[in-house]
Write a protein of this length. Structure first.
Lengths: 257, 127
């Protein structure tokens, strides 16, 4: 089993702590079914895949991907990028990736290339159709309202500046609260897939039972923007196991065929 | 952030995207730092087809790096050109933008970069 990146440096009052959902992503991304899919989908002779995680939080998943490209993609030359609305999560992600990749002796040939963590609300800062693997563990909990990032957190705080209790609670709320059906943010990402993913691009999306995953997959398969003669595929490729007959969490893989 | 990131980023303002001048973003007041990374020619050769060469040349020139050729080398040319391999390696793999701004060539908006993290959140009147 591949080691889980250490995140003990992450300030959990400001950044989502790795939990069952994060670990389900690690298990699913490293399952033989996934790694076989990656190997045939991104053959070693093809250009290096660009991997984007939206909302990496602590960075545990992105660091895992960056540290183990050969095991997960059968090639060392992957590029990784994180985008999070929370500047503390961006800093945590960069540090988690640094630590996870530093454990390897000759880093450039065995670990992937980490490009950056960027602060943004989803993918508006990316050129079209560049992302080959998108990973998203969204704020999926159904809530009455969708929280807004406080104005005071739109810029990085000065070093040593205090974070108020209200700001802390807002950051954590942003990491889980998904609005109606827990899908308001996820729907924005789904709608953008045609513009964000490359022709060979795939996405891993985590859903909870409250998101109505069967309906979500149907909607994705019906999207009309896959390109000439192609269609969207959406399949469940990992689950947290059944509880009372239904899966609590699942990972859906989305791609064009 | 590695300078290679600039090859994938554009202005976050919706109306700028239709103009080719929104890419690449232009570094301003840039403070750079260099990581010591082992040269990996295979990685650079693989990367070649997915680079926007014109944008890379712009970034390289603006930051005072050695002049890149006008058009991208072929795989064979790159493999045979040790100096170009080293220049590309230093530019793409070793150099990080730590502090400064990234400026859009269309709207002029300046995105701050602090401690290596660019911030693309827009003020509310630009969203």
């Amino acid at each position: 089993m591949l080691p889980t990146p250490t995140t003990s440096h992450v300030p959990y009052t400001l950044v989502y702590e790795p939990a069952e959902d994060s670990f389900l992503l690690l298990d699913t991304l490293s399952s033989p079914a996934s790694t076989n899919f990656h190997t045939t989908h991104f053959p070693p002779s093809s250009p290096p895949p660009l991997i984007l995680e939206i909302g990496p939080g602590s960075g545990v998943v992105l660091a895992f991907l960056t540290a183990h490209p050969t095991a997960l993609f059968s090639r060392p030359d992957i590029l990784t990028l994180g985008i999070d609305i929370n500047s503390f999560a961006c800093a945590s992600t960069a540090q988690t990736v640094r630590l996870a990749t530093a454990q390897h002796p000759s880093s450039s040939s065995t670990t992937g290339t980490f490009l950056s963590a960027a602060q943004n609300d989803l993918t508006s800062c990316l050129r079209k159709n560049q992302v080959d693997v998108l990973v998203f563990n969204p704020p999926y909990v159904p809530t009455e309202d969708l929280p807004l990032l406080p104005e005071s957190l739109r810029q990085q705080k000065e070093p040593g500046a205090k974070v108020t209790f209200e700001e802390e609670s807002k950051l954590l709320e942003l990491s889980y609260a998904g609005g109606k059906d827990g899908m308001e943010t996820t729907d924005r990402v789904i709608d953008s897939l045609g513009e964000v993913l490359s022709e060979r691009g795939i996405a891993y999306l985590l859903l909870c039972a409250g998101n109505k995953p069967e309906e979500v997959k149907e909607r994705i398969r019906g999207m009309g923007n896959a390109g000439e003669g192609r269609r969207w595929m959406a399949e469940t490729v990992g689950t947290s196991g059944r509880q009372a007959g239904w899966e609590k969490l699942q990972i859906v893989r989305i791609w064009r065929e | 952030m590695k300078l290679l990131t600039l090859n994938f980023l554009t202005c976050a303002v919706k109306s700028c995207k239709s103009s080719s001048d929104s890419f690449p973003l232009h570094p301003k007041d840039a403070e750079l730092a260099s990581d010591d990374v082992e040269v990996n020619p295979e990685l650079l050769v693989n990367l070649l087809p997915r680079l926007d060469w014109k944008a890379l040349k712009t970034t390289s020139t603006e930051l005072g790096f050695p002049q890149l050729p006008d058009s991208p080398p072929t795989v064979e040319e790159l493999q045979a050109d040790e100096k170009l391999l080293r220049d590309l390696h230093s530019l793409l793999m070793e150099t990080n933008l730590m502090e400064g701004k990234l400026v859009c060539g269309v709207c002029g908006h300046e995105y701050a970069v602090r401690e290596g993290i660019p911030n693309f959140l827009l003020p509310s009147h630009l969203v």
